[in-house]
Design a protein around this ligand. Structure first.
Ligand code: GDP
Length: 442
């Protein structure tokens, strides 16, 4: 995940501050020098880093902080608040128009993730109960239209296309289509180039002039660091943008773009892309991101992910099975799938306060491998074996191990874990004839 290096360095600086107890102005200045270096190393724009440190220092060297009982804590809080402010304070939402349909124009350089994020957005809106329409305005590469159709199908969103015609006309026609068939919002996937050029900008300006989008979103790749901020400035000057989607924040990008975009361009990041899968999209909350960068975790996003990605019906079913004491291996398999839906384990664990940065990649990879092996083992069981694991005798164990490419020891381990889980659940589940304990399942 992005920001690891930055988080680590900031935490080192804060740890030194904490170890000092009472602070002198010089201590804070020294910590701020470290913060500045950490920001620069994370590829934060030079001016942004300088102004940030200046603002924090001014607030931190006052009497109130220095003479407080927990000066280091106060300094960290100031850093957190300033960082939140730097990224725009509040979650910037999409401008929805009262006149339907709302038109969202996606633009960006080739490879930034524009097509993928058009589909991710469509999925996001569908989850909110809307009926989005994707529009193929990238007419230069036939593969681009095809790609949009593929991702559109995955998120169950229709794609309006007119082959390799005039993108301005296509955008216009798509609006009529959306009005006729009740689609809203309309997401225009426009052409990208490898570099910014006049021809591209002219085309985008022509689309803008004709359809007057309510929202122009620029998709930029966080992996290119400072360059992404330059790209954002250029697009904003030439076209005028409303917000940014920062993609590929899952890679080992240093994260500087997230901290600089808003300060340099004045335009907020509205969403971030955190993976190649179509569910890997998060609304951008500056305060949560600041907490994540400072290693304080991001429990709110984790809870939201659990709420949107977990299948509610499946959760109710599991609760019911637990209540009836029928939880079996098939249910366990279902549970593991739900956890996987929330994204890579490393990302999920990274949002838990205190765990961030503490888990080495090997640990999470081992955890992910372990989950995969457990799944393979359960998949190799017959339905009856999943329902009644006690019938799994040595010869069945050998068959399951061979079928799942694991060993009898691993099968034994899973069976033991499952027995322990069942035991625990028995204690939690309400007993027949007795009053239901207050902590019982619904
Ligand atoms: P476009 O040319 O701007 O339309 O870019 P695409 O949508 O085709 O994306 C380019 C590549 O980046 C594809 O291989 C995507 O799978 C990948 N990609 C897009 N968004 C993300 C992201 O958030 N994280 C990661 N790791 N890869 C992404």
């Amino acid at each position: 995940m992005a920001f690891e290096g930055l988080s680590e360095k900031l935490n080192q600086a804060f740890k030194r501050l904490r170890s000092k107890g009472r602070l002198k102005e010089e201590d804070i200045k020294e910590a701020m020098r470290e913060v500045r270096l950490a920001l620069l190393e994370a590829d934060v724009n030079f001016k942004v880093a300088r102004d940030f440190v200046k603002a924090v220092t001014e607030k931190a060297v006052g009497k109130e902080v220095l003479e407080s009982l927990t000066p280091a804590q106060q300094v960290i809080k100031i850093v957190r608040d300033e960082m939140t402010e730097l990224m725009g304070s509040t979650n910037a939402r999409i401008n929805f128009s009262s006149k339907k349909p709302t038109i969202i124009m996606m633009c960006g350089l080739q490879g930034s993730g524009k097509t993928t994020h058009s589909a991710k957005l469509a999925r996001h809106f569908r989850q909110e109960g809307k009926r989005p329409l994707l529009v193929a305005c990238d007419v230069y590469r036939p593969a681009a239209i095809e790609q949009l159709k593929v991702v559109g199908a995955k998120v169950e969103t229709p794609v309006f296309e007119m082959g390799q015609g005039d993108p301005v006309k296509i955008a216009e026609e798509s609006l009529k289509y959306a009005k006729d068939y009740g689609y809203d919002p309309v997401i225009l996937d426009t052409a990208g180039r490898l570099h910014i050029d006049e021809e591209l900008m002219n085309e985008l300006r022509a689309i803008k002039a004709r359809v007057q989008p309510h929202e122009i979103l620029l998709v930029v790749d966080a992996m290119v660091g400072q360059d992404s901020v330059n790209v954002a400035s250029s697009f904003d000057e030439a076209l005028g943008i409303d917000g940014v989607i920062l993609t590929k924040l899952d890679g080992d990008t240093r994260g500087g773009a997230a901290l600089s975009v808003r300060a340099v361009t004045g335009k907020p990041i509205k969403f971030v892309g955190t993976g190649e899968k179509l569910e890997d999209l998060e609304p951008f909350y500056p305060d949560r991101m600041a907490s994540r960068i400072l290693g304080m975790g991001d429990v709110l996003t984790l809870i939201e992910k659990a709420q949107t990605e977990m299948d509610e019906k499946a959760a109710i079913k599991t609760a019911q099975r637990l209540k009836e004491n029928k939880f079996d291996m098939t249910d366990l398999l279902e549970q593991m799938k739900q956890v996987k839906n929330m994204g890579p384990l490393s990302q999920v664990l990274g949002m838990i306060p205190g765990l961030q940065g503490k888990l080495r990649d090997e640990d999470t990879q081992r955890g992910e491998r372990e989950l995969q092996r457990m799944e393979a083992i359960i998949n190799s069981m017959t339905l009856r074996e999943r329902e009644r694991p006690d019938i799994i005798n040595p010869s069945r164990k050998r068959r399951i191990a061979a079928g799942s490419g694991t060993s009898v020891e691993e099968v034994n381990r899973l069976l033991k874990q499952f027995r322990q889980m069942q035991q625990m659940m028995k204690q939690l589940a309400p007993k027949k004839g007795k009053r239901r304990p207050r902590m019982g399942f619904p």
